[in-house]
Write a protein that binds this ligand. Structure first.
Ligand code: AMP
Length: 176
């Protein structure tokens, strides 16, 4: 289902040179703080995925949590956090992802997804796709099936979509 989400751009703030020079950070806190923009964003993500059966919705730390939790609630699915290294208290699976200088780790609890379960992955921004690609690998390590991946924003000029293995990807706002 297509929804015209273009007006949401009025609620995304561009922060030049954050967190470092040359990067324009897309600040979604105005979108989260506006009742209409927040509700519309959750409803649009739910509408994009409510046709397919989803057992779990994975949110990627930290802004992904904010979107994934209400989407999970609305879809009648469980919520699962994917976190940066060392934050989860129990047994974890890990996957490395590439940062501009070096690598970092994403972790998921080993029992957070059961074999055969259908998983929807949610994050706020698709940039190079490295974070989402590592999350796909975590789901597959646990024997889950990636049903789809959803973002509020997609920085299409970074071509992150091409790193997501042909999975079904939906983003509410695209920046060319
Ligand atoms: P990537 O792995 O390059 O796709 O980066 C995605 C992750 O980094 C997401 O969790 C985003 O929250 C964050 N991110 C990357 N680039 C930006 C940006 N320009 N503005 C806001 N968040 C970003």
């Amino acid at each position: 289902m297509e929804m015209d989400a273009g007006w949401l751009k009025d609620h995304v703030r561009d922060i030049p040179d954050f967190p470092k020079s040359g990067v324009t950070f897309k600040d979604i806190t105005p979108l989260l703080g506006n009742e209409e923009a927040f509700r519309f964003s959750i409803d649009a993500l739910v509408a994009a995925f409510e046709g397919g059966s989803v057992d779990r919705v994975l949110g990627i730390e930290a802004r992904g949590f904010i979107l994934a939790a209400p989407v999970a609630y609305r879809l009648g699915a469980g919520f699962v956090p994917v976190r940066k290294a060392g934050k989860l208290p129990w047994e974890v699976e890990k996957e490395e992802y590439v940062l501009e200088y070096g690598t970092d780790l994403l972790e998921i609890h080993g029992d957070a997804v059961q074999p055969g379960e259908r998983v929807l992955i949610i994050d706020d921004v698709l940039a190079t796709g490295g974070t989402a690609a590592a999350t796909i690998r975590l789901v597959e390590k646990l024997g889950g099936e990636v049903a789809a991946i959803g973002f509020a924003l997609e920085l299409a000029f970074l071509d992150g979509r091409s790193r997501l293995g042909g999975h079904h990807v939906t983003s509410l706002l695209t920046y060319e």
